[in-house]
Ligand binder design. Structure first.
Ligand code: ACO
Length: 327
């Protein structure tokens, strides 16, 4: 028995924020953002568009793409650090809006690695025989926790959602998944206030503590070492060599991180997927959005080997090797 990825979907806000727009907001330039990050534009949700809006749309698309109905889904897992609210979970909102009745649904928080964490949970549920089919969604509205006066972070992030349907199969689709964490590095990338450690107060609002705080240089250093290392482990567990990888889809954090990871793995740039120029870093949504786009652009054929890798807040990181089987 195996687990295959049967359907994909993605949903993005309409509003586009360009580097030129950012030049008018903070002391930055298109040239700096492009050379340091590779980002040109990002999508930004409206005030009245919560994360669940895009999660529902992406989830619905993935279910349709799988040729299934919402009633075929046994469990919904949403990876996000920007849920609609602390509780109830965005997973419950999605399941309800998609008409899934009493289907179990929950959120997980694993920063930019969230989608791979969700995939690991769904894969394990299915392999254990607990459920047959899972809907996993990565969704973020980082724009809503971004300090738009902080040029070191506000140029990086964007909003969106991506989803996948995983189901039991006689064929093997998910060949391996490896995930890790190191909580001792948590404060290199975090949102200090709004939780039980520092509940919202006049002080936290005044001091802009409900926004992303990041030590970009340190995050960069860890990302370019941890992503290649865990990718190699996942490939080894899958019994697949780097040369057999048809497409590498890394978390879209920074074009330089993507290129460095590809180089360290020895994967030709023509086999490394990037759409960061259009969407920026959408955290847990970035891998499924990129995967969906690569699929729509015809860059993935039946039987192809896909390598996914991520690094993010926690710190968390992970990698997965997937054989594309749709037939
Ligand atoms: N425009 C112009 N100048 C800027 C900007 C900007 N937007 N931001 C920073 N600078 C300046 C800095 O002030 C600094 O100036 P100084 O030398 O006078 O002090 C200079 O540019 C260099 O700054 P660095 O931080 O060293 O720039 P670096 O080359 O490291 O790039 C970046 C910064 C893009 C943030 C990079 O470190 C990075 O991508 N890090 C990884 C971020 C990431 O992947 N996060 C993912 C996780 S998100 C999540 O999990 C929710």
């Amino acid at each position: 028995m195996g687990v295959v990825v049967k359907g994909l979907g993605a949903s993005l806000p309409e509003k586009i924020l360009t580097n030129q727009d950012l030049e008018k907001m903070v002391d930055t330039s298109d040239e700096w953002i492009t050379t340091r990050t590779g980002i040109k534009t990002r999508r930004i949700s409206k005030k009245d568009e919560p994360s669940s809006k895009f999660a529902i749309e992406a989830g619905r698309m993935a279910i349709e793409d799988a040729g299934m109905k919402p009633s075929d889904i046994d469990v919904v897992i949403v990876a996000t650090v920007t849920p609609d609210m602390m509780f109830p979970s965005t997973g419950c909102i999605v399941a309800s809006e998609l008409g899934m009745g009493e289907t179990p649904a929950f959120d997980i928080s694993a920063g930019c690695s969230g989608f791979l964490y969700a995939m690991n949970i769904a894969d394990s549920f299915i392999r254990a025989g607990k459920y047959s089919t899972a809907l996993i969604i990565g969704v973020e509205e980082l724009s809503k926790i971004t300090d738009w006066t902080d040029r070191s972070t506000c140029v990086l992030f964007g909003d969106g959602a991506g989803a996948a349907v995983l189901t039991r199969s006689e064929e093997e689709g998910i060949l391996s998944i490896e995930i890790r964490s190191d909580g001792s590095k948590g404060e290199l990338l975090y949102m200090p206030a709004g939780g039980s450690r520092m509940p919202a107060s006049e002080y936290t609002v005044k001091n802009r503590l409900h926004y992303v705080k990041m030590n970009g240089r340190e995050v960069f250093k860890y990302a370019v070492t941890k992503m290649p290392a865990i990718s190699k482990e996942a490939l080894e567990k899958a019994g697949v060599s780097v040369d057999q990888v048809d497409l590498f889809i890394p978390h879209q954090a920074n074009q330089r991180i993507t290129e460095s990871t590809g180089e360290r793995l020895g994967i030709d740039p023509s086999r490394v997927f990037s759409n960061i120029a259009k969407y920026g870093n959408t955290s847990a949504a970035s891998i499924p959005i990129a995967w969906w786009e690569a699929y729509k652009e015809g860059k993935i054929k039946e039987g192809d080997i896909i390598l996914l890798a991520a690094f993010g807040a926690g710190f968390t990181w992970g990698a997965a090797v997937v054989k594309w089987r749709r037939k």
